[in-house]
Design a protein around this ligand. Structure first.
Ligand SMILES: [Mg+2]
Length: 403
């Protein structure tokens, strides 16, 4: 077991004798506990501008006054949200106290209280909000997706991330993932010269689309530059793609360079997606109004919670924009399960679902979220549908304290 809890816990606790003024019948928030973990990955994930070798995440454990427990999680994402694990732990010190004693199921009030207590810190807020949803769904004995509406899909294709910058290795990886059942793919680019990245993209995309055509199957193939190109390099990349039938190309340029995004989108034959540039519903509207993106990648840590992601999906549906739902690299079965639960209920999911827990060598549950033949099946068990192995987590805390 190599889960390292890098900091002991702080417990925010609501005393039993404290008057709170809420109805006695409600499930109330009793205690909120942020826990820092550092999880080993199977192998480092390299993106333009970032290599993730260990998963440094904050877990949130929320207990109700009648003993039900919910879990949430957010990955450190210094280049995406500006948040680190020590920063999120500190943020929890501002966000948790105003929630104690409140009804757990008043998600709008909880979000308002957190926003009133602290600007930004969307990852820390998302982890707390996720734990509240798990708690409330568990208390009701219902799956988390039921808090958002009807289940629209049960078995969802998961994107395989092809991270190699070498063409032969990329082709081998694509072939292996196709054979394993994956039918949605993301090629990481922005790692080499644009023409070399485009040649690799064309080769991998051609292989996958040929395999799909041979089997009469659908196949989603995307590329993601993670802001790794300047505008000129991005324009060279999309030009060099030629007639490559890529389904979308994500975040070619810097997150807030709307002009650059719009220029690349105007020049590209493939649809452009925005990821790092989307932190709010207003960001989505801006990209749409400027024709800077045809779709978006949505993460709870960027938008500040599951409610905001669901609202963003509904907005995209109204605007005719495509949606990819995603975890942050290194997030465990907690955040992955939350993304899967949301994916079951959003209006549309044309650009697929990206889960990250299978990239971890150690997870926070004895039974990690399963991806079988490239697809995740939405569990109907209460809450997130996974059981955090709390004893393992506690034992590791004690071991680290002794050490
Ligand atoms: Mg991305």
């Amino acid at each position: 077991m190599q889960i390292h809890l890098v900091r002991s816990r702080i417990l925010f606790h609501h005393g039993a004798d404290t008057a709170c003024g809420y109805s006695e019948n409600e499930v109330k928030i009793k205690a909120i506990e942020p826990i820092a973990v550092s999880l080993p990955m199977h192998k480092p994930v390299t993106m333009a501008g970032e290599t993730v070798a260990r998963a440094d995440n904050m877990l949130i454990r929320i207990a109700s006054d009648d003993g039900v427990v919910g879990w949430g999680e957010a990955a450190a994402a210094p280049t995406m949200t500006g948040e680190t694990v020590p920063g999120m732990i500190a943020a929890a010190g501002y966000l948790a106290p105003p929630l104690l004693g409140r009804p757990a199921d008043d998600f709008a009030a909880a979000a308002a209280a957190m926003d009133a207590a602290m600007y930004g810190n969307t990852g820390a807020k998302a982890a707390i909000e996720m734990a509240l949803h798990d708690l409330v769904a568990r208390a009701a004995g219902r799956p988390l997706y039921a808090l958002f509406g009807a289940k629209r899909r049960s078995r969802i294709p998961v994107l395989a991330v092809l991270g190699s910058s070498d063409e032969a290795a990329g082709l081998a990886e694509a072939h292996e993932r196709w054979a394993a059942g994956y039918r949605a793919f993301k090629i990481k680019v922005g790692l080499s010269a644009p023409e070399a990245d485009a040649a690799r993209t064309r080769a991998v995309c051609a292989l996958l689309k040929r395999s799909a055509a041979a089997g009469g199957e659908a196949c989603l193939v995307s590329a993601d530059a993670n802001q790794g190109f300047g505008i000129d390099a991005a324009l060279r990349y999309v030009a060099a793609l030629g007639d490559c039938p890529l389904d979308f190309f994500e975040q070619p340029v810097r997150a807030h360079d709307l002009d650059g995004m719009a220029r690349v989108a105007a020049a590209a034959r493939v649809p452009i997606g925005a990821d790092e540039g989307i932190h709010s519903l207003a960001d989505i509207e801006r990209h749409h109004a400027r024709r800077a993106a045809a779709g978006v990648s949505l993460k709870a840590i960027k938008l500040g919670g599951l409610r905001a992601v669901h609202a963003a999906c509904r907005l995209c549906d109204r605007l005719g924009m495509k949606v990819n739902l995603s975890c942050k690299t290194g997030e465990s079965s907690i955040a992955s399960a939350a993304a899967l639960q949301l994916a079951a209920t959003v209006p549309a999911l044309a650009w697929g679902l990206t889960l990250t827990s299978h990239g971890l060598a150690e997870d926070v549950t004895a039974a990690p979220l399963r991806i079988e033949a490239g697809h995740a099946v939405v569990p109907d068990r209460p809450g997130l549908g996974i059981e955090v192995d709390e004893r393992r987590v506690r034992q590791e805390v004690s071991a680290r304290r002794v050490a």
